[in-house]
Design a protein around this ligand. Structure first.
Ligand code: SF4
Ligand code: SF4
Length: 236
């Protein structure tokens, strides 16, 4: 029904089809590095005559992967930005190390992970109370800057929860979760240089049918982080 209605209106059918906000590039911040162009799953970023990125609104599906790719926070939407995600992350109360309670952040894709967690809640499935969940458009829209912000304010672990990447992908934006996995594969060395264990940051696959499995995945991660110990940046 949705497909027929959208096609008859000349609109594409994709998860954010009703959202007509497009990514905006702050040219005064842009370094012309082209990460956004490389990572856009839909080839929706062209160049203007000065080689700055320019979004082709007929191809853009508003996934936010370009926003997650940009190393200098130069891309944002009117209703979604790296700063908005960081503000949500920083608004959570972080228990101090004397409380004995870790604080774990889950950045969960709104397409499959959030509905699966909703269903888990409806089924009264339970998971650790130490977890806080921030919904995101797609894992591709999560900047590594959000993860470093989370660790620097004292979260003990960060889980990115989203659709399956790879050749048999289930990502609603084709390669958003694959791009997130590629970025995450490079954070290990950065974490080590900060004297943090690479295991504090992980990516978990979720499908919409995982309401019974996800609580176990979350609890296993909380247990792993508890065994590693508190984030040494906590309290600074
Ligand atoms: S990455 Fe997504 S939001 Fe950015 S230009 Fe491409 S389709 Fe649009
Ligand atoms: S990723 Fe950011 S800095 Fe690089 S070209 Fe795109 S907007 Fe500019």
């Amino acid at each position: 029904v949705q497909a027929v209605r959208s096609a008859s209106a000349g609109a594409a059918l994709h998860p954010r089809v009703g959202d007509l906000s497009y990514p905006k590039v702050a040219l005064n911040q842009c370094t012309k590095c082209k990460r956004c162009t490389v990572e856009c799953p839909f080839g929706a970023i062209d160049e203007d005559e000065q080689t700055y990125p320019i979004v082709n609104s007929t191809r853009c599906r508003r996934c936010g992967t370009c926003m997650g790719a940009c190393p200098v926070r130069a891309i944002s939407f009117d209703n979604y930005s790296v700063d908005m995600l960081s503000s949500m992350i920083k608004a959570v109360k972080i228990p101090d190390e004397f409380s004995g309670k870790p604080r774990i952040l889950i950045m969960a894709c709104e397409n499959d992970a959030i509905p699966a967690l909703d269903m888990a809640g409806i089924k009264r499935n339970q998971w650790s109370a130490h977890v806080r969940i921030v919904p995101v458009r797609c894992l591709g829209s999560v900047s590594l800057l959000c993860i470093s912000d989370a660790l620097s304010v004292g979260y003990d672990g960060v889980m990115m929860m989203g659709c399956k990447p790879g050749d048999d992908y289930q990502c609603h934006f084709v390669k958003g979760s694959a791009m997130a996995a590629e970025r995450l594969s490079k954070v290990g060395e950065t974490l080590k240089s900060m004297m943090l264990e690479p295991e504090r940051v992980t990516q978990a696959e979720a499908s919409i049918a995982d309401a019974d499995r996800l609580p176990q995945v979350i609890d296993a991660f909380v247990e792993q982080i508890t065994a590693i110990g508190f984030n040494p940046f906590k309290g600074f």
